[in-house]
Design a protein. Structure first.
Length: 202
């Protein structure tokens, strides 16, 4: 089955419904300044994924002090529009050991043909440097907004900045035609807030 059943309603400017705000995880930066060790490298990041060439990996393997995760799918047009901007964000933080930028694909890539399609999309969009991980449904469930009943709200595209305490700074949707410098300013503001240990807005 090519598409994840839970996400087949995804469409329009964001491929899904508008989410309700969620509460932040209980853990917080230690008082006095120093942030805790990056939680994404601990148990919270032990989500099993695969690389484009099929090798098993985890979210933690790609984590830094702050990790930017862009969730996308081949059937989500706004996701495809955003990917080149994510590539630019990755380039912006290249060489920064405290920030990593990755993409996580949500298609059902259990079949080689679908993995080839994901690779072809990335090649067509010239996404050459940003790591892309496959099998992202558990990542989506872990990082997305939740409603008041605690149910995940599946909506794409979703960009999540994970801070050292595994608090989630999130932005959903993509404004087609937004100037690249405006996009980069918006996302880098999330990254800098996460690096400072600011509370997420949502």
């Amino acid at each position: 089955m090519r598409l994840l059943l839970a996400l087949t309603a995804a469409a329009a400017a964001s491929c899904g419904g508008v989410p309700s705000p969620s509460s932040s995880p209980a853990s917080a930066p230690a008082p006095g300044g120093d942030l805790p060790a990056p939680a994404i490298r601990g148990p919270a990041g032990q989500i099993h994924l695969r690389t484009l060439d099929g090798r098993p990996t985890t979210l933690a393997a790609y984590g830094s002090r702050v990790t930017v995760v862009a969730l996308w799918a081949t059937y989500c047009r706004p996701c495809l529009d955003e990917l080149p901007y994510v590539e630019a964000l990755h380039e912006m933080y290249r060489g920064r050991p405290d920030v990593s930028v990755i993409t996580v694909n949500l298609d059902d890539t259990s079949e080689p043909s679908m993995r080839a399609e994901v690779r072809a999309v990335l090649e067509h969009l010239a996404i050459d440097d940003t790591p892309c991980l496959l099998g992202g449904a558990p990542v989506m469930e872990r990082l997305t907004y939740r409603d008041q009943a605690g149910q995940p709200r599946m909506a794409l595209p979703l960009l999540v900045v994970v801070d050292p305490a595994f608090r989630l700074h999130r932005q959903i949707g993509f404004r087609r035609g937004v100037p690249r410098d405006v996009y980069l300013a918006e996302k880098s503001a999330l990254v800098e807030a996460a690096l400072r240990g600011d509370e997420p807005d949502d």
